[in-house]
Design a protein. Structure first.
Length: 216
């Protein structure tokens, strides 16, 4: 897991001695802008798991590190590579700007195998415009109900139309009514170079999680 909670005592080992780049989120529980960016940082930590860490440190409970970094306003993000601060961001950013800042800091991330994400993780990724849902069901089912901003490619047409999923900055989340059989379809897309993800539980699991639905 790429999201770390660190303290004055663990900061050096977890952050300064990290083999991976680290984005340090200086925050406090009472800080509303800190709360606003927290789910965005969590989603980005998951996206770049294995390529970077996001470390959260409460400035009120850990005054030594806050003082060492001269934290005067929060949220503050410190971008650290090889134990050195390479950039600092003071104040909240919108989701797109924050993702662009982190993507530039981390650099290219290799495309691995097909992942399975639960509804909460997909919801966060939708909020920061990281993913495009791909509905593999029939046209009638898609027209009745679907994930927000989903595109429709019936399962039996995916191999022929996989070239339409051509935005390298997005992950494509594949789903049917349940997740039965979806992995095979997602693997077809992954073999074609698509950042492929399977929605755990499919549309049924999405609905059971009370996640947002588009209808009609």
């Amino acid at each position: 897991m790429a999201l770390l909670n660190v303290t004055d005592a663990t900061f050096e080992a977890a952050v300064l001695q990290s083999d991976l780049p680290v984005v340090v989120d200086f925050y406090a529980d009472w800080c509303q802008p800190c709360r606003a960016i927290a789910p965005i940082l969590e989603a980005l930590a998951q996206k770049y798991d294995g390529a970077m860490h996001v470390a959260k440190i409460d400035v009120e409970r850990n005054p030594a590190i806050a003082q060492a970094f001269r934290v005067q306003s929060i949220p503050m993000l410190a971008f650290i590579r090889d134990g050195q601060v390479v950039d600092v961001q003071v104040g909240a950013m919108d989701a797109r700007a924050l993702e662009e800042r982190i993507a530039e800091f981390v650099g290219p991330v290799s495309v691995g195998g097909v992942e399975t994400w639960d509804a909460d993780r997909v919801k966060l990724a939708l909020e920061i415009d990281e993913v495009v849902p791909v509905d593999l069901r029939s046209a009638g089912d898609f027209n009745r109900t679907r994930l927000p901003r989903a595109v429709h490619i019936p399962a039996d047409e995916l191999a022929a139309r996989v070239g339409e999923l051509n935005d390298p900055s997005k992950r494509y989340v594949f789903y049917l009514r349940t997740d039965a059989g979806v992995l095979d379809h997602a693997q077809v897309a992954a073999d074609a170079g698509v950042h492929a993800v399977v929605l755990d539980g499919g549309l049924l699991g999405w609905e059971l999680a009370a996640a947002p639905i588009e209808r009609g």
